[in-house]
Structures are given as structure tokens and as C-alpha cells.
Design a binder for this molecule. Structure first.
Ligand SMILES: [Zn+2]
Length: 157
């Protein structure tokens, strides 16, 4: 089991499994009224740390936030804690707490932070803000996309 601070890491395989089972539905952002997006520095550095720690594997987590004065403020990572056991490829799982979930973040071990076809499918099925970070996982290697895979701008606060 790997825990980074208060984070547990989510294996991409499980997420894909949950999504295929319809066990995860990300919060639908359309009901929020906002015209800009900001990411707290704390969340940004958590993302860069997690991406580096998980390298060369991908990590995936969900973004938590709320709207304040027409700005969608992403101020936490929602996460999945799991317990790995030696005799199981699928450790004990708990579904993530998705209250306040506004999107996702995952890493790309490699030189591209553009969404793959699988990412685009995932984004489309899960409306929200989706971040991708590429190597070498510096803050400016994070890119944000909407559910159609279009780049969107965000501020760091
Ligand atoms: Zn991806």
C-alpha cells in the first residue's frame, strides 16, 4: 500500500473497471455557473508530487472544488485509499467519495499531455475539468481540457 500524505493512489485499471461497470459517475458540472477556473497551489504541487512518485506508472485522482464568485476553485484531490495484499491483484476497494467532484487528473509518463482516444472517451462520459500532466511533471506541464477535449485555461492561486 502506498500512501502519499493523505492520498491513496488509484490504479487506472480499477477506474476503467468501475467506469465500465457504471460504478463511477463524475459530478456533472453543467449545473454550476462559472466563467473561470482556478487551481490552488497546494493541489498543483500534490499533482506534480504524485506524478513523480508514480512514475513510470500513471496515476489518476479526482478533483474536488466549488464555485466562488463565478470562479470554479479546484482546491482538493479526492482520492481512493486501497490496501494491497500480496495474494491479490485487486486489493480491497472503496468507491471514491465523489461529493464535490468536478473532474479528474492523470499523468502521462511521456512527452505529451494531450488526451489519448481513451482519455477523450473518458472525458466525454464524465463531464468536468480534466487535467493531464506530462513528464518531467513540473507545474507548467499540466494542461486542462473540457469534456470535449478542448484546451481550457486556468489560473493558479
Ligand atoms: Zn491519458
Amino acid at each position: 500500500m502506498r500512501v502519499v500524505g493523505f492520498f491513496g493512489l488509484i490504479c487506472m485499471e480499477w477506474i476503467k473497471h468501475w467506469l465500465a461497470q457504471g460504478m463511477i459517475k463524475l459530478f456533472d458540472l453543467e449545473q454550476f455557473d462559472y466563467n473561470s477556473i482556478s487551481l490552488t497551489q497546494e493541489v498543483l504541487f500534490s499533482i506534480t508530487d504524485l506524478a513523480r512518485d508514480c512514475h513510470p506508472k500513471e496515476f489518476l485522482a479526482f478533483l474536488g472544488g466549488s464555485v466562488k464568485n463565478k470562479t470554479l476553485v479546484i482546491d482538493k484531490l479526492l482520492y481512493q485509499v486501497y490496501h494491497a495484499s500480496e495474494d491479490s491483484a485487486f486489493p480491497e476497494m472503496h468507491l471514491p467519495t465523489l461529493s464535490g467532484c468536478v473532474g479528474s487528473v492523470h499523468s502521462h509518463p511521456g512527452a505529451s499531455n494531450r488526451p489519448s482516444d481513451a482519455d477523450l472517451h473518458f472525458f466525454d462520459k464524465n463531464p468536468g475539468i480534466h487535467l493531464i500532466i506530462k513528464e518531467p511533471y513540473k507545474p507548467h506541464h499540466v494542461m486542462a481540457y473540457d469534456s470535449k477535449g478542448r484546451k481550457i485555461s486556468f489560473k493558479i492561486e
